[in-house]
Ligand binder design. Structure first.
Ligand code: ADP
Ligand code: ZN
Length: 732
């Protein structure tokens, strides 16, 4: 067993701290029954009130507790202990995000069935005996089974192409002995030498730097910065190879929707096997297997979404964060954390390198490079002959779409030309459904979610009105519920379904497909659709940001952005940066294989700095401006932000508590408290929301300030909840 042992307080009874997966501020004390060899990190089952829960034996002193209240650990699981680095990581994340450590530990304990070892599988092993008579089917079985290995009953029957009864017949004659087969690894071992690429000169310079970091077994943070298609993936795979060779485990983090078949296939091409996957769509049995095999070290490489950061690695030696700028790395549920930033912390604690890759790095990471905290490798151009698409803005004031439509004449002709060349077009609109608002033309009634302050989005394909915040859905009625008039409901504004309708009107012969997360059939279906598009089985793709990430569509030479201004005007300090990143990424889908390609942006603000930067390809001056602007207003990373989000069943309770928080906030020279203000999304899921924003100097002790504020505040009573969001990304 790894880990260090804990000495108890008395010789009689050993008492240890156990962190339980509850909003507990500190570990609880439990006694260790005689003969139970727990160490720090052991996963145990403990009584908690009337229930039993899984917890992790923690470090440090135990709290004094009356002997009669002390309860024993009920069971120690046969599972590798959670390593010291991981325990320090949990403590760190809890302190930084102001979350109870128990809730952070809970993120490790997400696969309870995996705490017990995987069962061995019943198998059959050939004996010396021979059957009474031979048949062709029996012959085939014996031939296969004579390879000396153990087979499962069904595996053998399947491989030999015979029915189970033939296998059973042989077994009855003593031809097979029963045996047990160890659980099968979820993936075979990646081979770092399987298919090493021929790198270009630029790539080789970058790769050798990364390889060196990977084998150094020291903390370092490196930004891999290069346009889409420059070979960032190819290059960081070299670091992955080096880390595997050095006997370390590797974690590649991707935004959930970038964890595509295309990515897994690339990995397979390079290493001869797929990485183990970790994301929300993994079937439960698979989750448990991956968790267990990561803990045991059978799995060497995981490609996962942000929660993979809490997998129980024991030999982690490299983390790659691909698309490091992506807002999907921020979790805004229970424990609010940014997986990109926490990956850097994890690497620091573990003493190993972390690599952040992006074609459009976050302002934060660029400043970290500029100030010498991160190293940087740069890939200046696309691989081989692939040229960047030519980008142009379409000024919608000069080339307006026809009444009731959303595609301008220049974009329609560009699609027409692309069709004629037999190439593919992508029309991008980051809005699911048919229309973002439905209203009654007679009385003006607008369809709003009963539980949120947001409009219901029409999904015409499903015949429903849907709330994108809480999931509430209702059938689209035929008459207005307010005035009762029939057939006078109108859809306002476009979603992808509506654009598809318009496209079919213009190009009825073309093969058109809508790709958004509303596709029925889940990830499997989605992967098939993407493969079909990549193989050229669609002429026009209409998609949300789902298509913007990670896919390689070789024949796609036109990308049209239906509403490039969407997202610029939402009061978010990162709005310009985010729009720039999204538009770069989307237009970067075009021309990945050398064909001449075009990106067209429909915009009402062609002179906006974001549009200018995208059109000119001059990202550097855009970032320079953006960074200067942040510095001037002391916004991150030149200052610190934190939000307090108060919610309650009634508006009065929520506002009242928010005001009380404000009242107890002490004046500070380096932290300003703004608000409370009603949140832009004032009601979500029936809860009324108020926000306070804390704005501090770069060196301010935001956590310390908040801790005192929350301690001084009156206890949240009734339905009132207070959520802390350090480094907020969303201000809704
Ligand atoms: P990025 O991650 O920067 O978008 P990729 O690593 O995906 O770039 O590379 C873009 C495309 O070019 C991929 O299809 C990749 O296989 C190919 N490619 C890049 N570098 C090489 C190389 N040295 N040899 C062969 N193919 C390469
Ligand atoms: Zn709702």
């Amino acid at each position: 067993m790894r880990g260090e042992s804990i000495t108890g307080k008395s010789d009689r009874q050993r008492v240890v701290p156990v962190l339980v997966p509850m909003p507990a501020e500190r570990p609880y004390s439990y006694s260790v029954p005689d003969g139970m060899a727990v160490v720090a990190g052991s996963i145990v089952r403990v009584p908690l009130g009337p229930r039993e829960v899984a917890g992790i034996v923690w470090d440090g002193e135990t709290e004094e507790i009356e002997a009669r209240r002390l309860r024993p650990i009920s069971q120690m699981f046969d599972c590798p202990p959670v390593c010291e680095d991981m325990r320090r990581f949990v403590d760190w994340v809890a302190a930084y995000t102001l979350s109870p450590p128990g809730l952070v530990a809970r993120m490790i304990l997400r696969a309870p069935e995996a705490f017990d070892p995987e069962p061995w599988i019943d198998g059959l092993q050939l004996t010396e005996a021979r059957p009474d008579r031979m048949t062709e089917a029996r012959g085939r079985i014996l031939e296969l089974a004579s390879n000396g290995l153990a087979w499962t009953r069904s595996g053998l029957a399947h491989a030999a192409g015979v029915s189970l009864s033939v296998v059973d017949g042989l077994k009855a004659q003593g031809i097979f002995a029963e045996t047990l087969i160890p659980p099968r690894p979820v993936v075979t071992q990646p081979d770092p030498t399987y298919a090493a690429p021929d790198l270009t000169m630029d790539q080789e310079v970058a790769a050798s730097h990364l390889r060196e970091s990977a084998v150094s077994a020291k903390y370092s943070a490196t930004l891999i910065d290069g346009v889409t298609g420059s070979g960032k993936t190819e290059v960081y795979f070299e670091a992955v190879a080096a880390a595997i060779e050095a006997g370390r485990q590797v974690l590649i983090l991707l935004p959930e929707i970038a964890l595509t078949q295309a990515f897994l296939a690339r990995f397979h091409d390079r290493f001869g096997t797929k990485p183990a996957e970790w994301h929300s769509d993994l079937p439960p049995r698979m989750r448990e297997k991956v968790w267990r095999q990561v803990a045991e070290g059978t799995v060497r490489v995981v490609a996962g979404a942000r929660s993979a950061l809490f997998l129980p690695f024991n030999e982690l030696g490299l983390i790659v964060v691909d698309e490091e700028h992506d807002p999907a790395y921020k979790q805004e549920d229970r424990v609010f954390y940014n997986a990109r930033d926490m990956a850097v912390v994890r690497a620091h604690i573990g003493g190993f390198p972390v690599m952040l890759a992006s074609a459009t790095p976050s302002v934060e990471s660029q400043v970290n490079v500029a100030q010498g905290r991160y190293e940087r490798v740069h890939l200046p151009s696309r691989f081989a002959e692939a040229a960047m698409p030519e980008i142009r803005a379409i000024d919608m004031r000069r080339a307006p779409p026809a009444r009731g439509s959303f595609l301008s004449p220049p974009l329609i002709s560009a699609v027409q030309e692309t069709l004629e060349k037999g190439e593919q077009s992508l029309l991008f609109l980051n809005r699911r459904g048919y229309a973002p608002l439905t209203l009654c033309r007679v009385c003006g009634h607008r369809f709003q979610c009963p539980d949120c302050s947001s409009w219901l989005v029409e999904h015409r394909f499903r015949g429903q009105l849907v709330c994108h915040h809480c999931g509430h859905h209702e059938k689209r009625p035929e008459a207005c519920p307010e005035c009762g008039t029939f057939d006078h409901l109108v859809a306002c504004g476009p979603g992808v379904e509506r654009i598809a309708e318009e496209v079919v009107g213009h190009f009825p012969e073309a093969r058109t497909i809508v790709l958004s997360s509303d596709l029925l059939g889940g990830v499997k279906r989605m992967r098939l659709e993407f493969e079909a598009v990549a193989k050229g089985e669609a002429d026009i793709v209409i998609g949300t940001q789902l298509v913007a990430k990670g896919h390689n569509f070789p024949n796609m030479t036109l990308v049209g952005v239906v509403d490039a201004d969407l997202g610029l005007a939402n009061g978010d300090p990162r709005a310009a940066e985010r729009t720039f990143q999204l538009l770069s990424q989307v237009t970067g889908r075009a021309g990945r294989t050398g064909k001449k390609s075009v990106g067209l942006l429909q915009t009402y603000q062609p002179d906006h700095p974001v549009m200018r930067a995208i059109v000119s390809g001059d990202s550097e001056s855009f970032y320079d401006r953006e960074i200067a602007e942040r510095e001037r207003s002391a916004l991150p990373p030149f200052g610190r932000l934190a939000s307090l989000i108060v919610s309650a069943d009634t508006r009065a309770d929520s506002e009242g508590h928010a005001r009380q928080l404000r009242r107890v906030a002490l004046p500070a020279s380096d932290i300003a408290v703004l608000g409370p203000a009603e949140a832009p999304l004032a009601v979500v899921g029936g809860r009324h929301r108020f926000r306070l924003l804390l704005h501090g100097d770069r060196k301010s002790d935001m956590q310390g300030y908040l801790r005192r504020l929350l301690a001084d505040a009156p206890k949240a009573r009734g339905s009132v909840r207070v959520q802390v969001d350090i480094d907020p990304q969303s201000f809704l």
